[in-house]
Design a binder for this molecule. Structure first.
Ligand SMILES: Nc1ncnc2c1ncn2[C@@H]1O[C@H](COP(=O)(O)OP(=O)(O)OP(=O)(O)O)[C@@H](O)[C@H]1O
Ligand SMILES: [Mg+2]
Length: 256
């Protein structure tokens, strides 16, 4: 085991710039370091580049300029298989993630591709589904489940990989309040680095001591979540709005 104190950061993004093939530039030099075990929220308005950044973390998109490394390993074609074991992404839309005939097969897919077999595989699948409260759905086809249930299965597919860093793109959207809280409990219980893209600012405050604001393809702020949410000018400038009646000052959060 590596000593967490000396381990390389789970994620290091340096000078990352990216233009889509149609010429639209979405990222203009992003720098972001996430230490091992940190939970960081990635905030920002629609179109800021959050999903584009996420798609670089396991090599779905490759940097136009700059670098991404995961626990010291550069995200590059040569080690994509290892990178995909280390980086678990829960996509914005669970239908981008679930494609097998049953929930069980979807959750087993990643670990099986990584060479895990037999009882160890079964055990991983069972544990991951139990964590998200979906064990009894193991034999159902994912496309028969509700959106929220599919999101929970999508989280299980990633937990089953036991990744170095868990990246979630708007994990709380479309979840009912109890499922939203249960997902928060799961995330808090994991000893894993988390990068969570969210428009749900109370969720960011509850779960992530640190937040980063991405706006117009650049990092506009990086600091304590409570501090950022209380900065009215910053919030206004980047179209970040708190829900009606929510006062971030009134919430007691764990120190950063
Ligand atoms: N496939 C694509 N081709 C061209 N431009 C794209 C493509 N996908 C996204 N973009 C553009 O890149 C920019 C960043 O998009 P991205 O999806 O990363 O934003 P986001 O921060 O995730 O937004 P949201 O909060 O709505 O999910 C936007 O201006 C978007 O229109
Ligand atoms: Mg997005």
């Amino acid at each position: 085991m590596t000593d967490p104190a000396t381990a390389p950061p789970s994620l290091q993004v340096s000078g990352l710039a990216y233009a889509y093939p149609d010429g639209h530039q979405a990222l203009f030099g992003v720098d972001l370091t996430v230490a091992r075990g940190e939970r960081v929220a990635l905030l920002g308005p629609n179109g800021a580049g959050k999903t584009t950044l996420v798609l670089h973390l396991n090599g779905i998109l490759t940097a136009g300029a700059g670098t991404v490394t995961v626990a010291g390993l550069p995200v590059a074609k040569a080690h994509l298989a290892e990178i995909r074991r280390r980086v678990g992404i829960v996509f914005q839309d669970p239908d981008d993630q679930l494609f097998m005939p049953t929930v069980r097969e979807d959750v087993a897919f990643g670990p099986a591709a990584a060479g895990i077999r037999g009882t160890e595989l079964e055990e991983r699948v069972r544990r991951a589904l139990e964590r998200v409260g979906m064990a009894e759905f193991a034999d159902r086809p994912p496309h028969h489940l509700s959106f929220g249930q599919r999101r929970r299965v999508a989280v299980a597919t990633v937990l089953a990989m036991e990744p170095e860093i868990l990246v979630l793109d708007e994990p709380s959207s479309n979840l009912d309040p109890a499922s939203r809280r249960e997902l928060a409990d799961i995330l808090r219980s994991l000893e894993v680095t988390v990068l969570m893209v969210t428009h749900d600012l109370p969720y960011a405050l509850e779960l992530c001591p640190r937040s980063v604001v991405l706006s117009g393809g650049v990092i506009a702020a990086d600091g304590g979540t409570q501090e950022l949410l209380c900065d009215e000018k910053l919030m206004r400038e980047h179209r970040l709005e708190l829900p009606f009646g929510f006062d971030p000052r009134s919430v007691t959060v764990p120190v950063r």
